[in-house]
Design a protein around this ligand. Structure first.
Ligand SMILES: [Zn+2]
Length: 223
């Protein structure tokens, strides 16, 4: 699910051609841009264009290294920001829902007119202005029945809302698992430091107890 949503948001931002970026970067870090270009089957400049577009909204980020072999040019290494991708996707879906709800509200509260001959559509105010005749062909405007298009927009809204909820769920799961990872890492480093402290104590104890046991000390200390 995560990978699918990542593909969707990447293609939303940078076009369908950018979708394979996910395959190349998923679960990896600092991927060489030349490798990305090769995998996408595009030139390095095309690959960079895609990556910059994605970086603009924070979906990927880079580190760069000077390439001493090629006269000091920089090579960029890219990483996909899963968390940012998901939150951006949710925002974007919600914005789309807002826009559609506005348009739905318009359709429900306002009347629209259209020309049967050339299909031109106008608001009631515009129709009044033109005295209910088409400015293109002179045909009298007909009142538009918005029932179908209202139903269509309503369908689209509920689809987007479901999607947004799904992506949000994956986002929350992602955050929860990231929190667990941080906790685990903290515990491990705590254990390590306490183990270090113990071994420090041991080694000082050794020093104190055995001046004669010099031979058993690590080689470093001999020098
Ligand atoms: Zn007309």
């Amino acid at each position: 699910m995560l990978e699918k949503f990542l593909q969707e948001v990447i293609s939303l931002v940078a076009g369908v051609n950018a979708e394979p970026v996910v395959e190349v970067l998923f679960k990896k870090k600092n991927v060489n841009e030349f490798l990305i270009a090769k995998k996408l089957n595009v030139t390095i400049n095309q690959a960079r264009n895609i990556l910059y577009k994605l970086a603009d909204v924070g979906l990927v980020y880079f580190m760069r290294k000077k390439d001493t072999k090629s006269g000091g040019w920089y090579i960029y290494f890219w990483t996909l920001d899963d968390k940012k991708c998901l939150s951006y996707y949710v925002d974007r879906l919600n914005k789309e829902v807002d826009q559609l709800e506005d348009s739905l509200n318009n359709k429900k509260t306002k009347q629209f007119y259209f020309c049967k001959t050339c299909g031109m559509e106008v608001t009631e105010e515009q129709a009044l202005l033109y005295e209910f005749t088409c400015s293109e062909c002179g045909e009298v405007f007909a009142l538009k029945d918005s029932t179908d298009s209202i139903r269509q927009v309503e369908k689209e809204i509920s689809k987007l809302k479901i999607k947004s909820a799904e992506v949000k769920k994956v986002f929350e799961e992602f955050e929860a698992s990231a929190a667990v990872k941080i906790k685990k890492a903290a515990m491990v480093s705590k254990k390590k430091t306490s183990a270090k402290n113990k071994s420090k104590k041991k080694s000082t104890a050794k020093k104190k107890s055995g001046a004669k046991k010099n031979k058993s000390l690590p080689k470093k200390r001999k020098r």
